[in-house]
Write a protein that binds this ligand. Structure first.
Ligand SMILES: Nc1ncnc2c1ncn2[C@@H]1O[C@H](COP(=O)(O)OP(=O)(O)OP(=O)(O)O)[C@@H](O)[C@H]1O
Ligand SMILES: [Mg+2]
Length: 444
């Protein structure tokens, strides 16, 4: 049962309001002045407060402020005898949910209460979602006890509460995005957006308007004004992935926004401010790019206030067994399978493989092996490791098209026509598979 606290010095109002609300099956608490109201609030933590703006012992706005101090999410509806715009604005600014004028219209009151509870529900859901995300990106989900990974954990812990720019370096598949998310979701700004922008995936002009937004008419396709990621990110995190691929003209613009926090939309004249934290990532050696003259040194120094270097998997072999266990559990959950046993010789093979694609490659190899497993044991023959390429080489020298056609058909047949599984193994998208099936007239 939801509880509502009425704070009003007029006994008649308390009486009519409480009997009306009790009829609606709310638990009603009452206080006749601000002091008593605050006491009751603290003791009972009601779901909603209906507060008179004129109280004998304190200003209602002051009472509102004190309640919000105790609980910043408190839902408070203000009542007043005067239709005073200034008080309305002040009350809303202080976080009141709504403002009602006395004498109260009960229908309006009921609607306002219903709306307040609806918003509360949404807020609860939102914080639940944030908590879920946080769980997903807790440090516990980053596996590793090797000395290099311990160093990484220490750094994540020390930078998460700050606003410092961070540069994450590491080969492809080493967990750069995973670490960036862990930093964001463990920061005080975890309710703000985490926005990923892949700097190598789109053209220069598109990237610029993605980052900064554009005004209407800035270029041919700019039919309306848009917000850029620097604006959308709010106080959250902007994750600039593949920063090494940014063109030199955009590098200057990035440098400016990082130094001054100022930016302008493409084609715009108004100077906007960004509050986003910047985490950049790259699998390239930025030092080498600087020497080659393709990356600005000043930008490099601005980005690398803190550097997190992620080790390649082959240099932290001791982490492999734990990673295998963790990834298998994740894959089994996703695919509703139960392939949990890894015979020691298979684990040895997994430990000794070079893993050029790092944890991502390991994850893909395990996914494939789980899909192909017949029982609950992970088998060597299902791991696409050394020697696998030889087996699938055609005997004659044929056009690549034939190899592709036969191989896709082979996987489709092995998977008994299951397209989802086939896509996973081939690591291609569903539309691509459908296109190939049509093109080669494959049998499902
Ligand atoms: N230490 C780790 N513990 C658990 N999972 C990991 C770890 N490192 C990487 N992964 C997993 O490996 C996959 C690849 O990680 P991620 O996408 O963060 O890598 P990346 O460095 O951004 O790669 P790329 O350069 O290819 O974009 C993800 O599924 C991630 O969850
Ligand atoms: Mg990545």
């Amino acid at each position: 049962m939801k509880s509502i606290l009425i704070i009003d010095d007029d006994p008649l109002i308390r009486k009519t309001l409480s009997s009306h609300l009790a009829k609606d099956k709310f638990e009603v608490l009452m206080a006749e002045d601000g002091g008593e109201g605050l006491e009751q609030y603290e003791q009972c933590l009601p779901d909603l407060v209906i507060l008179d703006i004129r109280l004998p012992d304190m200003d209602g706005l002051e009472a509102l402020r004190l309640i919000k101090e105790k609980n910043k999410n408190a839902s408070i509806i203000i009542m007043t005898a005067y239709d005073d715009m200034k008080t309305t604005v002040d009350a809303i600014k202080l976080g009141a949910f709504e403002y009602l004028v006395k004498p109260l219209d009960h229908v309006e009151l009921d609607l306002t209460i219903a709306k307040a509870f609806q918003v509360q529900n949404l807020e609860d859901k939102l914080s639940y979602l944030v908590e879920e995300k946080q769980k997903e990106y807790t440090i516990d989900n980053i596996i590793g006890r090797s000395p290099q990974m311990r160093e990484v954990f220490k750094l994540i812990g020390s930078v998460a509460p700050t606003r410092t720019n961070i540069l994450i370096q590491g080969e492809s598949g080493t967990g750069k995005e995973l670490v960036a998310k862990a930093i964001h979701y463990n920061s005080p700004f975890n309710r703000e957006p985490f926005i990923v922008i892949n700097c190598s995936a789109i053209t220069d002009t598109l990237l610029e308007s993605e980052l900064f937004g554009h005004v209407k008419g800035a270029f041919t396709d700019a039919v309306c004004e848009t917000k850029g990621k620097f604006e959308i990110a709010g106080k959250g995190t902007l994750f600039l992935d593949e920063i090494g691929d940014v063109s030199s003209s955009l590098q200057s613009k990035l440098l400016r926004v990082i130094e001054t926090r100022d930016f302008m939309k493409v084609g715009g004249e108004k100077v906007l401010k960004t509050e986003a934290r910047i985490i950049a990532a790259t699998n390239q050696n930025l030092r080498a790019l600087i020497e080659k003259g393709t990356f600005r040194e000043d930008l490099y120094y601005r980005l690398k206030v803190v550097v997190i270097q992620l080790p390649p998997l082959r240099s932290k072999k001791e982490d492999i067994p734990e990673l295998v266990g963790y990834l298998l559990e994740k894959i089994n959950n996703e695919l509703r399978r139960n392939v949990k046993k890894v015979p020691p010789p298979v684990m040895e093979i997994l430990k000794e493989h070079t893993w050029r694609g790092n944890v991502r490659e390991l994850e893909n190899a395990l996914t494939r092996a789980v899909i192909l497993a017949k029982g609950d044991v992970l088998l060597e023959e299902n791991l696409p490791l050394e020697g696998a390429e030889k087996k699938i080489l055609p005997r004659e020298l044929v056009p690549i098209k034939d190899v592709e056609m036969n191989y896709i058909q082979h996987v489709l047949t092995e998977m008994r026509g299951n397209k989802t599984k086939t896509c996973r193994i081939l690591q291609i998208s569903r539309p691509t598979l459908d296109k190939k099936i049509k093109e080669y007239d494959l049998k499902i």
